[in-house]
Design a protein around this ligand. Structure first.
Ligand code: S3P
Length: 448
């Protein structure tokens, strides 16, 4: 949790066109992994562009508690790792706050160590399912002690003397589950294999290869990815430049599209194809997004995005695209509220188990602000109102979810009446600069 004990509401109202250039913070997925893999590898890792959000800092604290040295020096984070297989038992419970990625990946990382590790977090994290990670870990020999019924946190893991390598077919589209098993494989003799029928973000595979892990990926005739990792090999520290987070860029991007007259450039955005589903969808909706100066940045493609206000039209989003834009549906729903016609989103099962039940939170937030929508078991249809006439005027329950808070503040930037979110504190978990950055572009947000 953040330090403030009570909710901090915020209200966003219509302002003039948004303009200027923005640089969003570093990618959250890559930032977590940079501290984690740097803390594990032998030697030094230097990180620039790290997201200094609460979620990522919790991962840094966890790695420190298990023996890594992590220092913030100027623009850089300097990490001296323990060496693969050499993590120490943490003296205190690891507190992951609001961070599912930090908690689940670390469960994999420590699950095959012959030591006890206790995981705690905030109310949101404690309500999220951990069984999806614990199931493969149990197969590898990990014991789960005193979990809350339903495999929820707080819980304690106790690793085996010798872990067993497994072949695991991931039953849901989850990069966190894939990653947890691969990380467990790092401290397991032999080859651990993850089969991923539906591709998800590939940062763990790419980054582990960069740290020198023996990892290979093969795609079979059905399109399933077979990822094999050889355990107990040496990892070597390296330099990492974290690109801008496309999931954070999504907020100024959608804001610029829906606020009339806007012209905004968002610099240095990660363009990894497993992360660009929102851009693909918005382009189909008629968005004016120029992808400028595509370039390589440390093994990942980045680009600058010039975004101009656009007349959007509703589309049907292919469900197969969901893993490549899973965190962006809330803000896509906001874009859809200003589009001509219906936007149909399906295959959204995983949205139910994010920082909040995001499908329900989005639907309730839209309804509270006069946006017509219909929520199904795993689907959402939003009927747009170009110009935003009559929209807004409601208060949105954010349920400790940063992306719900930011999405509905974006709604208020273009709706006729202001939009209030009940709590803006969680924005600091992933995008601490959000208020300042949006204000510099011309948005009008008041915090109580
Ligand atoms: C993440 C994976 C996704 C995503 C989350 C970050 C990651 O979660 O929603 O914000 O860094 O691996 P799932 O694996 O639960 O889909």
């Amino acid at each position: 949790m953040t330090k403030d004990a009570s909710p901090v509401p915020a209200t966003s109202r219509r302002a003039g066109p948004l303009s200027g250039t923005a640089r969003v913070p570093g990618d959250k997925s890559i930032s977590h992994r940079s501290l984690m893999f740097g803390g594990l590898a032998s030697g030094r890792t230097r990180i620039t562009g790290l997201l200094e959000g609460e979620d990522v800092l919790r991962t840094g604290e966890a790695m420190k508690a298990m023996g890594a040295h992590i220092e913030h020096a100027g623009d850089e984070w300097i990490v001296d790792g323990v060496g693969n297989g050499c993590l120490l038992e943490a003296a205190e419970p690891l507190d992951f706050g609001n961070a599912g990625t930090g908690a689940r990946l670390t469960m994999g990382l420590v699950g095959t160590y012959d030591m006890k590790t206790r995981f705690v977090g905030d109310a949101s994290l404690s309500s999220r399912p951990m069984g999806r990670v614990l199931a493969p870990l149990r197969q590898m020999g990990t014991q789960v002690l005193d979990a809350v019924p339903g495999d929820r946190m707080p819980l304690t893991l106790a690793g085996p003397k010798h872990a067993a390598p497994i072949t695991y077919r991931v039953p849901m589209a989850s990069a966190q589950v894939k990653s947890a098993v691969l990380l467990a494989g790092l401290n397991t003799p032999g080859v651990t294999t993850v089969i991923e029928p539906v591709a998800t973000r590939d940062h763990t595979e790419k980054m582990l290869a960069g740290f020198g892990a023996a990892i290979e990926v093969e795609v079979d005739g059905d399109g399933a990815r077979h990822i094999r990792i050889q355990g107990q090999t040496r990892l070597q520290g390296r330099d990492i430049a974290v690109p801008g987070d496309p999931s954070s860029a999504a907020f100024p991007l959608v804001a610029a599209l829906i606020v009339p007259g806007s012209d905004v450039t968002i610099a240095n955005v990660l363009m990894n194809p497993t992360r660009t589903g929102l851009i693909d969808t918005l382009l189909e909706m008629g968005a004016s997004i120029d992808i400028l100066d595509r370039r390589d940045a440390g093994g990942e493609e980045v680009a600058d995005l010039r975004v101009r206000a656009s007349d959007l039209r509703g589309v049907t989003v292919p469900p197969a695209r969901a893993p490549f834009m899973i965190d962006e549906y809330p803000v896509l729903a906001v874009a859809a509220a200003f589009a001509e016609g219906d936007t149909v989103m399906d295959g959204l099962d995983e949205l139910r188990v994010k920082e909040s039940d995001r499908l329900a939170a989005v639907a309730r937030g839209l309804e509270a602000n006069g946006v017509a929508c219909s929520e199904g078991e795993a689907s959402l249809v939003v009927s747009g109102r170009p110009g935003g006439k009559g929209l807004g005027g409601g208060t949105v329950a954010t349920h400790l979810d940063h992306r719900i808070a930011m999405s509905f503040l974006v709604l208020g930037m273009a709706s006729e009446k202001p939009v209030t979110v009940d709590d803006a504190r969680m924005i600091a978990t992933s995008f601490p600069e959000f208020m300042v950055l949006m204000g510099q572009l011309g948005a009008a947000i008041d915090q109580d």
